[in-house]
Design a protein around this ligand. Structure first.
Ligand code: FO1
Length: 319
């Protein structure tokens, strides 16, 4: 079915899972009709470099450069720098975060541009164009909003320490989106929201990827002010997360593991919800629910899910 002329979508994404939906949407919608807004809560400084993992995962995925087995990093990557660093740092204090050689160029270029005074939004726009990504990619804010994780076993950790260094094994007690109230939604993101015909939350981790975006400044109020479909897709399929700690984290934070609790996380922000056919149906209150096979294991599935979502929205679904 042909989509309505000029129908514009903004999709909010985290890393690997979000990039998969963004990839599908980008095969269906031309660049002027799709804006991808990305979480910056995972961003951190490492070895003097500004690393933006979710942003880079989306750029590499949509430009066809991603290491498909990992879901992040660059395909065919070499690790000469990392090996040399291991010689200098035999105790592994800095080598737990694996920076490949090509990926390193992205971090060097970004850090240099920041030191020259450019905004993260401007830098991300240049990077994605030069890497060959056609669609617009916007960090939710130019401000720093690092996610911090309080764990039972290791106390407070930075997000990447929790996620990569300790492989999300520590038990999470609580999460902090540091500086989020003071952070401002970028003007580009504000404009994208105001000009969109639908606002979509990818099947990203609600607490680790979506919450750090919703906590930024007045983002939630800006979204609520739009009388367009505001829909989210479940990251929980058949009682488990496709990848990563979503299900484990839900249990630790005291939520029942399932799509209903995911919908509850968004609350009145949503007008619609995309649930997976593997999940038991639930009473979704006023939400319009699309039930679909949302597993996006290959490119064809990503495009199929994106088409199904857009057809539903186009036919008045999710409102
Ligand atoms: N994830 C890992 O599990 N191990 C790594 O060593 C690692 C390095 C890395 C380097 C650059 C980058 O952009 C991402 C990287 N990731 C790594 C992925 C990433 O940190 C996480 O998947 C996300 O932050 C969670 O969305």
């Amino acid at each position: 079915m042909a989509l309505r002329e000029q129908y514009r979508v903004t999709v909010f994404v985290g890393g690997v899972g979000g990039a998969r939906l963004a990839y599908g949407l980008a095969q269906v919608l031309p660049p002027e009709r799709l804006t991808i807004v990305v979480n910056v809560g995972d961003d951190f400084w490492h070895l003097g470099l500004k690393i933006c993992p979710d942003s880079d995962t989306v750029m590499y995925t949509l430009s066809g450069r991603v290491d498909r087995a990992q879901g992040w990093g660059v395909e065919g990557e070499s690790t000469h720098m990392l090996e040399a660093l291991r010689t200098l740092d035999p105790d592994g204090g800095q080598t737990w975060f694996k920076l490949g050689d090509k990926d390193l160029a992205t971090h060097l270029w970004r850090t240099h541009a920041l030191s020259e005074g450019a905004r993260l939004t401007e830098i991300t726009d240049v990077l994605r164009q030069r890497l060959g990504m056609a669609h617009r990619l916007l960090p939710v804010t130019d401000d720093s909003v690092p996610t911090r994780v309080e764990t039972v076993e290791r106390g407070w950790l930075s997000f990447q320490e929790y996620f990569v260094r300790y492989r999300w094994q520590p038990t999470v007690r609580c999460l902090l989106y540091d500086g989020a109230e003071r952070a401002r939604v970028s003007p580009e993101v504000a404009a994208a929201i105001d000009e969109s015909d639908a606002l979509v939350f990818a099947p990203s981790n609600p607490w680790l990827s979506v919450a750090p975006m919703l906590a930024v400044g007045d983002l939630r109020a800006r979204l609520m002010a739009r009388a367009v479909p505001r829909v989210a897709m479940t990251p929980i399929l058949g009682g488990a997360a496709v990848k990563g700690p979503a299900a484990k984290l839900m249990g630790e934070l005291g939520y029942p593991v399932g799509a209903e609790a995911v919908a509850g996380f968004y609350g009145e922000l949503l007008t619609g919800f995309v649930d997976d056919t593997r999940n038991p149906p639930f009473a979704a209150g006023g939400l319009d629910v699309l039930r679909a096979d949302t597993l996006m294991s290959d490119d064809a599935a990503r495009v199929r899910v994106a088409r199904e979502l857009l057809a539903w929205l186009e036919n008045g679904g999710g409102a």
